[in-house]
Write a protein that binds this ligand. Structure first.
Ligand SMILES: [Zn+2]
Length: 220
């Protein structure tokens, strides 16, 4: 499906018209899809907003005591009145985005892997890492955690503490990260390639996250 705006008709000056100035690219879209966003810190809110603006039929919001879903639901209702908003984690969705500080709790990571395509937006003090996951086709969130543990044996202890925290990011980085997370999920839902990104000071760069041989996800 194509949700791109219609190109302008331009006059060439020689009596001929021209439609637009470039060959039209097929746009990724969330139309027809139900998306869930876990974690509603600044990156999660930016992702929820991008999903609603990106044409998702429905957006489910999974908040927390510190970052509740209700204010975000009101925001989405205002900017995308045609999008259905749900405040539950039980309803079946087509794809998920999880925004977290540093690490996603293993139980949620496992559930996301079973449920389908998902994208993690992992914030830290200097930026946000975006990791799109299609089960068995590339690194999963457990691969990511195992790689991190290879570099720092204390990571499992640190990660456990991170699970209780809400992500935070500067507004520009959060906006770019939320948009990239949604665009990556749209690519996954259309079976197109989606690669990891790192965003710092609002600027994205491509990164690589190899599957970990000790993870049982089957991607290695
Ligand atoms: Zn894995």
């Amino acid at each position: 499906m194509d949700d791109a705006p219609s190109p302008p008709v331009l006059w060439r000056g020689d009596g001929a018209d021209q439609v637009g100035i470039a060959r039209r690219a097929r746009r990724r879209t969330l139309a027809g899809h139900h998306v869930r966003v876990h974690g509603l810190g600044p990156v999660g809110v930016a992702a929820a907003e991008a999903a609603a603006r990106g044409g998702a039929d429905a957006v489910s919001l999974a908040g927390s005591r510190e970052a509740p879903a209700a204010p975000v639901a009101r925001l989405l209702a205002r900017i995308a009145p045609g999008t259905r908003i749900h405040l539950d984690t039980a309803r079946r969705v087509d794809g998920s985005i999880v925004a977290a500080y540093g690490s996603v709790a293993p139980a949620l990571a496992h559930r996301l892997l079973l449920d389908g395509p998902h994208v993690a937006a992992l914030a830290d003090e200097s930026g946000v890492s975006i990791l799109p996951v299609r089960a068995g086709a590339g690194a999963c969130l457990r691969c990511h955690a195992l790689l991190r543990t290879d570099r720092d044996p204390a990571w499992p202890v640190l990660a456990r503490q991170c699970e209780a925290l809400t992500e935070q990011a500067d507004p520009l980085t959060a906006t770019v990260a939320g948009g990239l997370a949604v665009a990556s999920l749209a690519a996954l839902l259309e079976n197109r390639p989606a690669r990891p990104w790192r965003i710092e000071h609002g600027l994205p760069r491509r990164t690589a996250v190899p599957p970990h041989p000790a993870c049982g996800c089957g991607a290695a």
